[in-house]
Design a protein around this ligand. Structure first.
Ligand code: GLU
Length: 290
């Protein structure tokens, strides 16, 4: 029976062009949405104008199109969503679930994450100093099933782990924006790289604080380069060559443990995606590099 409720997304931060590792993530989330006869959305997480560029956004969207990864709704840009993040922060502050913090990174490091000014209790006023806003976590050991990795357990420590949700520079932080938008867009299933696995228990608390139920999660292994480093923009992973989308898709399918037939790379991208949807085997995704 069609699962009409499934809604997934690919949510890149535009710090550089799409590289092979992000294609693998995009493809996995696309195929999961397709096999569930769900919707697949693309959201550009452009929260930090100092690290991100409109050129990278254009290049990512162009690459996705070249690879046939066309979203089912208009692309959302987090840079246009500041009002929603502001409202969420105001709600968290008024519920006592967020607090202002002017501590420096050094101060926090020196005290193993404890706040010298007891910011959580709201005893100190930042005054003229720049301050961040942090989410107030509860001490908790979270258990949940990852759809690929199986049962997960994560410990979250109040105060020490409290994530920044509004940075001192005035930018909204990933940890808040990702949850606000996943809630607002009705995302039921998050498929993303396992480099974000450690964020999950904190995000579950933010979901609940905003009155929502967390989605299902599926973390796929991060693709490593030959030196064993994560393929990422920071490691200068090469941009995908958009002139050979068929070869890139075949390589991405192979990285996901699928076994495309040898002549599939002669086909147009839509045929490759159709084959991949028909033959998608989640269990075949290798877990080795997680
Ligand atoms: N924007 C995040 C990144 O590019 C991913 C967000 C997510 O999938 O949760 O790393």
């Amino acid at each position: 029976m069609a699962d009409t409720l499934y809604r997934g997304r690919f949510a890149p931060s535009p710090t550089g062009p799409l590289h092979f590792g992000s294609l693998v993530t995009a493809l996995a989330s696309y195929l999961e949405a397709r096999i569930h006869q769900g919707q697949w959305l693309v959201r550009i997480e452009d929260l930090d104008p100092l690290r991100e560029s409109p050129e990278a956004t254009d290049s990512i969207l162009h690459s996705l199109t070249c690879h046939g990864l066309i979203p089912d709704a208009p692309v959302r840009f987090q840079s246009a969503r500041h009002d929603a993040y502001k409202t969420a922060i105001e709600q968290l502050l008024s519920d006592g679930l967020a607090y202002r913090c002017a501590c420096s990174r050094k101060q926090l490091q020196q005290q193993q994450g404890k706040h010298p000014e007891h910011c959580r209790e709201g005893h100190t006023e930042p005054g003229n100093r720049p301050f961040a806003i942090r989410f107030a976590l509860r001490d908790e050991t979270s258990h949940w099933p990852d759809d690929l990795l199986g049962p997960q357990t994560q410990r979250v420590t109040a105060e020490v782990d409290d994530p920044v949700i509004l940075r001192k520079e005035g930018f909204y932080a990933y940890q808040l924006a990702v949850v606000v938008d996943d809630i607002d867009q009705g995302i039921t299933d998050v498929v993303r790289g396992s480099d974000l696995l450690d964020m999950t228990a904190q995000q579950q608390q933010i979901y609940r604080a905003l009155g929502a139920t967390p989605p299902n999660w599926l973390h796929i292994p991060v693709i490593l380069n030959e030196e064993g480093q994560k393929l990422s923009k920071q490691n200068r992973a090469p941009a995908l060559d958009d002139r050979q989308p068929a070869a890139n898709l075949i390589a991405a399918l192979e990285a996901l443990g699928q076994r495309p037939p040898a002549d599939l790379n002669q086909q147009p991208v839509v045929n490759i995606l159709t084959w991949a949807t028909r033959h998608w085997q989640r269990e075949a995704i290798p877990l080795t590099s997680r």
